[in-house]
Design a protein around this ligand. Structure first.
Ligand SMILES: Nc1nc2c(c(=O)[nH]1)N[C@H]1C(S)=C(S)[C@@H](COP(=O)(O)OP(=O)(O)OC[C@H]3O[C@@H](n4cnc5c(=O)[nH]c(N)nc54)[C@H](O)[C@@H]3O)O[C@H]1N2
Ligand SMILES: Nc1nc2c(c(=O)[nH]1)N[C@H]1C(S)=C(S)[C@@H](COP(=O)(O)OP(=O)(O)OC[C@H]3O[C@@H](n4cnc5c(=O)[nH]c(N)nc54)[C@H](O)[C@@H]3O)O[C@H]1N2
Ligand code: SF4
Ligand SMILES: [Mo]
Length: 644
């Protein structure tokens, strides 16, 4: 029996980008574990990925191209030539008759491998076609940090371990970036005081020194309260105006109300605000790790700006052990210019995809091609997204599974999985770069997104431009800059390499890439008043769980989705009872789980459920934009529970 251990990288949309060691027995993956030599992975994988090889060999994996003339027909297996000829021909006809803007290419985060972006280049060169704008994942937070600091970037993770105060502001590391938890533990061992701010009592809350539980969306008021205490007590940095623009007017906004009144809007105690202010101002350096959840709200960008401001006025930026960290600029090291083509003639807003596709005119959108995304399950107002897709002439989906989105397709291209990927990844939760190397050959007829783009390119006269093996494309992406810094593809394939261009301390010397070189403080605050909705009293929070990565599960969920609520919020439905969870948009049958740790104004549901499993949270969630960055306000939907 031939047993080999092969090294690759997890390419999922996860901050950790783990190093993987795969045990391959007679050509089949039988076990996966974390690479002990990867400085962040430290030998462990999350439960989802350690079992991902079960999905690799699952019966429901798509292994041949699927084609059907109409959505009422069953899919027929087709050869690649048939499927590619059909799609290339239809796309050329549509371009000829209506212009390339009548085609939408939508790509999301199913894989973070850079070569998953080759279809973007194909559609830009073929068209350019209509694409998406904004980012439902982190659009608001990135826009906020760009407004404040010039760019959104972070200091090295090692800096976290030398912080004296560590605030996990809406960040459930235990679930969403499990390897960050080890860093938090190290910081705590080194004496850091760790605070979690989250409306949800989650798995991370038991691992911190203090847990602050504001109302959902109450963070903006909480940050104002903390700033109020800082100014009142003189715990702000006396030199802050030398690195901040707009300090006097920011201070005026903060002081326009009392700390008590801000705390009332946040639904926290004054003591919570005082403790946060004391730690930030007096126990420096302090690092704030800003989570993604809190910015998926109507005021998401303003909220992140209010948190950035706390770091700025206390001097917790640009020095070791301090910072307001939201994102690591993962792509910067690579030569990604080879992936960009001419700009799109038109964009649709990702958060409003359903409505924007249905409403598009001059020309209307006739065809939609989807790469590495499951927009029907993952974008808000799922029913409308499905309706928008189902009413197009041609929908083409590249995926390894028959997702809710693939079920709206005329053609499905079967793609490679993570264990078959041949690609490059830069993490968005730390500073390491690494390579995906196939640990087994692609199963069946599965092809990578690069190979699919090449198949289409050949048929539309762009074959030469897209030619090249995966390794040749990877070499192009490594590029001269990384090579000059001593990083080769071979090295990346042998294990993770620290991005040589990533700063150890971002904005060192408190210099910011803005016009003035100073950071900019927010100058106004939207209303923070609580609004009570008596008809729909619960705030729906459809959050990451350990079971799923986006809409990709480890084990197929069975039965009803579980909604977690405080017993007082259960509308009399017993623990374990079946109920109807309704928003103003739709209803879902759910199993109710009582949890006394939760606030009585929230209902917590898993994110990533499928319509076809009766578990799709996004059917309940209206499509609304965040205040900046064209993000999606997923967590500002009100719902109610009723007996079935
Ligand atoms: N297991 C698992 N891991 C994942 C994913 C997954 O689906 N499953 N998804 C991945 C993706 S796509 C991303 S973008 C990243 C990040 O994925 P996210 O799931 O966004 O991770 P967090 O940053 O932990 O943000 C979630 C936390 O934000 C909190 N939150 C929500 N609203 C508020 C609020 O108003 N105030 C405060 N203070 N907190 C709030 C939630 O209660 C929750 O604890 O992780 C990735 N990791
Ligand atoms: N209610 C609610 N909805 C949310 C969120 C939330 O917190 N709450 N979070 C949002 C966030 S942060 C994000 S990032 C989005 C994620 O939304 P998506 O990126 O659409 O979701 P995923 O399920 O991660 O990935 C989509 C598909 O990509 C496929 N895939 C994996 N690898 C590859 C590949 O190499 N090539 C191709 N072609 N396909 C591949 C998978 O099989 C999967 O079906 O969802 C958002 N939706
Ligand atoms: S999903 Fe995240 S935590 Fe899990 S193995 Fe992949 S990178 Fe690591
Ligand atoms: Mo995301």
């Amino acid at each position: 029996m031939a047993i080999e251990v092969k090294r690759t990288t997890c390419n999922r949309d996860c901050p950790d980008a783990c190093g993987i060691l795969a045990t391959v027995e007679d050509g089949r993956v039988v076990a996966l574990r974390g690479d002990p030599e990867h400085p962040v992975t430290r030998g462990s994988l999350c439960s989802r990925t350690s079992r991902v090889f079960e999905r690799q060999y699952a019966d429901d994996r798509i292994l041949t191209p699927l084609v059907r003339a109409s959505l009422n027909d069953p899919f027929n297996e087709a050869s690649w030539d048939e499927a590619l000829d059909l799609v290339a021909g239809r796309l050329m006809d549509i371009r000829e008759a209506s212009g390339a803007a009548a085609i939408l290419h939508y790509r999301c985060g199913g894989s973070l491998g850079l070569l998953t972006e080759v279809p973007d280049l194909f559609f830009a060169r073929f068209g350019p076609v209509t694409t998406k704008r904004g980012d439902v994942c982190g659009g608001a937070g990135e826009a906020a940090q760009e407004a404040d600091f010039g760019v959104s970037d972070s200091s090295d993770l090692d800096q976290v371990s030398c912080a004296k105060t560590l605030i996990l502001w809406g960040k459930n590391c235990a679930i969403s970036s499990p390897h960050m938890l080890a860093v938090v533990r190290d910081a705590r061992k080194n004496g850091a005081y760790v605070v979690l701010v989250d409306p949800v009592k989650n798995q991370t809350s038991v691992m911190v020194d203090r847990f602050v539980q504001p109302r959902p969306g109450g963070d903006l008021a909480l940050a104002m309260a903390v700033a109020g205490v800082l100014f009142r007590e003189g715990w702000d940095d006396p030199d802050a105006s030398s690195w901040c623009e707009g300090l006097p007017s920011y201070r005026e906004v903060v002081m326009s109300r009392t700390v008590q009144s801000w705390c009332h809007d946040a639904d926290v105690t004054v003591d919570d605000a005082v403790e946060l202010a004391r730690r930030l101002g007096c126990q420096r350096p302090a690092t704030i790790l800003v989570g993604w959840g809190l910015q998926r709200r109507l005021h998401g960008a303003a909220t992140v700006r209010s948190i950035d401001a706390l770091g700025l006025v206390t001097g917790n930026v640009g020095v070791p052990g301090a910072g307001v960290s939201f994102y690591f600029r993962r792509r910067r090291a690579f030569e990604v210019s080879c992936l960009s083509g001419p700009p799109a003639p038109r964009t649709v807003r990702e958060a409003l995809l359903g409505a924007d596709v249905l409403d598009a005119v001059d020309p209307p959108i006739r065809a939609v091609c989807v790469t590495a995304g499951n927009p029907v399950a993952m974008l808000p107002d799922s029913d409308r997204v499905a309706r928008a897709l189902r009413s197009r002439e041609l929908v083409v989906v590249s995926d390894a599974f028959l997702t809710d989105t693939a079920q709206c397709a005329h053609v499905v291209f079967p793609t490679r999985t993570m264990l078959e990927a041949d690609d490059l990844v830069g993490a968005y939760g730390h500073s390491y770069l690494s390579a995906c190397v196939p640990v087994v050959p692609a199963q069946g007829q599965a092809r990578s997104d690069l190979e699919i783009a090449q198949g289409l390119a050949q048929r539309v006269g762009l074959g030469v431009e897209f030619a090249g093996t995966h390794r040749q494309w990877k070499q192009k992406l490594v590029g001269p800059r990384l090579l000059a810094a001593g990083v080769t593809l071979e090295e990346l394939e042998a294990g993770a390499v620290r991005n040589p261009f990533a700063p150890l301390v971002v904005f060192e010397g408190r210099q910011f890439p803005t016009l003035s070189g100073k950071a900019r403080l927010m100058q106004s605050v939207p209303s923070t008043a609580r609004v009570f909705d008596t008809e729909y009293p619960l705030c729906l929070m459809a959050l990451s769980t350990h079971m799923r990565q986006g809409s990709q599960w480890a084990l197929r969920p069975d039965g009803h989705a579980e909604v977690r609520v405080h017993p007082d919020a259960s509308a009399g439905i017993p623990d374990g009872g079946i109920a109807r969870l309704s928003s103003r948009l739709a209803s879902l049958d759910v199993r109710v789980v009582h949890d006394v740790g939760q606030r009585s104004d929230v209902a917590i549901l898993p994110k990533g459920g499928w319509i076809s499993d009766g578990q799709c949270a996004n059917r309940l969630i209206a499509a609304r934009l965040t205040d900046d960055g064209d993000g999606a306000a997923y967590y500002d939907e009100q719902v109610r529970l009723e007996p079935e």
